[in-house]
Design a protein around this ligand. Structure first.
Ligand code: ATP
Length: 225
């Protein structure tokens, strides 16, 4: 497997608490990887280290052939903005902006003009069947719709990797299946890899491969034989 993103020997502690104790993993281009494990096992910390949100205490993170764990803050945030997309448990949409504006936001922040950004958002609105709610505020729509907006926002700028941390944690199982199906199909269509953190086997079943983290260590082979 040629990996797009990899972590080797990742360690991370918060004060005396070891969250990661030597995790290795590889993610191929276009692959959907589920990171499973009990609460407190280190899943979110692993995702944050891979995505350049946290710097590991030891170990290396490589993306597209380059080490990214030692980048300075400005370059790391640029990398996150241009190469990665993020979906969190509660959408984290901007409450004062409409769904359409929320989806357009990464393009606007990236310097694209308003008209082009809103037009591109319109395409995602159709694609994710949000047409009737496009001009509503996040507080006026269901959790499933809000997560579809979060997906569109994560994908609109053409990321190479989408990081999703418990993206269905606040949804019932029907809405959760819908969001996972859309996450996997749209990411595949866009050629993006996905790293999805979940403690739900039902959610992990949408992935190509699963990795389990327990007590800060990967307990299943990270690299497929
Ligand atoms: N910012 C922080 N400060 C202090 N301790 C932290 C911090 N973030 C995580 N931890 C600790 O690190 C360990 C791993 O946490 P992490 O959130 O990565 O686990 P998780 O598997 O994602 O858990 P959950 O499924 O409950 O979200 C836990 O003991 C947690 O309390």
């Amino acid at each position: 497997m040629t990996s797009l993103l990899s972590g080797h020997g990742l360690h991370k502690s918060f004060g005396p608490i070891p969250a990661l104790r030597g995790v290795d993993l590889e993610v191929a281009a276009g692959e959907v990887l589920a990171v499973m494990g009990p609460s407190g096992s280190g899943k979110s910390t692993l995702l944050h280290c891979l995505a350049g949100i946290l710097a590991p205490d030891a170990g290396e993170v490589t993306f597209d052939g380059r080490r990214i764990d030692k980048l300075l803050d400005g370059r790391r945030s640029r990398l996150r903005r241009t190469q990665f997309g993020f979906v969190f448990q509660f959408g984290q949409l901007v409450p004062e902006l409409t769904l359409r504006e929320n989806i357009a936001l990464p393009l606007l922040l990236g310097g694209r003009g308003r008209r082009g950004s809103v037009a591109a958002a319109g395409e995602w609105i159709e694609r994710l069947q949000l047409t009737d709610s496009a001009d509503r505020l996040p507080g006026e729509v269901s959790g499933g719709q809000a997560q579809r907006v979060a997906l569109a926002r994560a994908l609109i700028a053409g990321p190479r990797v989408v990081f999703a941390d418990e993206p269905t944690g606040a949804l019932d199982s029907v809405a959760a299946d819908e969001v996972m199906e859309l996450l996997v199909t749209t990411a595949r269509a866009e050629g993006a890899s996905v790293v999805v953190v979940t403690h739900e086997p039902r959610v992990a079943a949408f992935a190509d491969r699963q990795l389990t983290v327990r007590d800060g260590r990967a307990v299943l082979p990270a690299v497929a034989p």
